[in-house]
Write a protein that binds this ligand. Sequence first.
Ligand code: UD1
Length: 348
Amino acid sequence: MRSDAVGEGACLQSALDSTLIYDASMALQLVTGIAGFIGSALARALLAEGHQVRGIDNLATGSMSNLSEIIDQIDFRQADLLDPAAMASACVGVDCVFHEAALPSVPRSVIDPVASNQANVDGTLNLLIAARDAKVRRVVYAASSSAYGDTPTLPKHEGMTPNPISPYAVAKLTGELYMRSFYRVYGLETVCLRYFNVFGPRQAPNSPYSGVLAKFITNMLKGETPTIYGDGEQSRDFTYIDNVVRGNLLASGPLAAGAPAEKVAGEVFNCACGERITLNQTAEMLRGITGYTGPVEYAQDRSGDIKHSLADITRAESAFGYRPVVNFEEGLRRTVEWYREQIAAGRA
Ligand code: UD1
């Protein structure tokens, strides 16, 4: 409810908001990368709000196990962003596209920049063309904090000139530029959410390219030694998955009676917690939560890595009321609990 609404006005506003939520629930939403950890969390949230959900995934990095609870409730299609016919078909009848599909990881892109460009740039362009032709109302894009690169200014705000370092960062930033172009040139409403180091249940822990928290947590729970690249004094604005899901629901428009086109279309917003913590501090915190008492190893820092990352989140708050709903420590506890159950069940 808005802070300026009081008494009868507040009730009326609340009723209006509910109506908008109900109306929007009749629409079909498309999630790309639906078998990934972010896409599948978003799909569950959309279903819980009463929406119809279609999802595509090429299963390159996603897993059907992330969809096991909802597979009967969604229109799932195994398809690649690089397949124009599949994208055209996927966009038919869609209200909003949540574009989560990507080939993640800075080090992966350093080893294979062409694969990163194909999935993250060519794939995004294909999807935008299909969304434009199908007259989709809005596309919400999973942009990345890596666009800021190593500029010393903290916190990072959207008015800063991007300074990408890795091929991954360049590709994700190029996706943003295409989003903005498709709004300016074709009038397709696009919104870019720059995610800051998202973590949470279902993030894959077993690849050399996995996010650091998924690796550290599973290492410690299994009694294996985690490796810190560099001196561990690098810091991140780690963002629990529920915050990113919330940001998407708000940014998508009438789903939550927020984010009118005139405030968000063609624009970029940070999506984060607005707090940062070093890897050394995180490892200490995780020792407390997991009960791990073994050592932590240090290895050479990674090429393309950036030192510090912290978001200014005021722009998303003033445009569509975004605020983090779960803080870092609570997110860490929930994530550890989830991996603990998976390991106990022999699934991780
Ligand atoms: C970057 C982006 C992030 C994006 C992600 C996609 C920034 C600030 N963040 O994440 O928004 O979602 O790419 O992949 O650019 N590390 C270890 N030990 C490990 C693994 C990693 O010490 O076993 C270190 C890394 O060297 C890095 C930090 O942990 O300093 C975080 O790494 P990672 O989780 O891979 O994410 P970023 O590269 O920061």
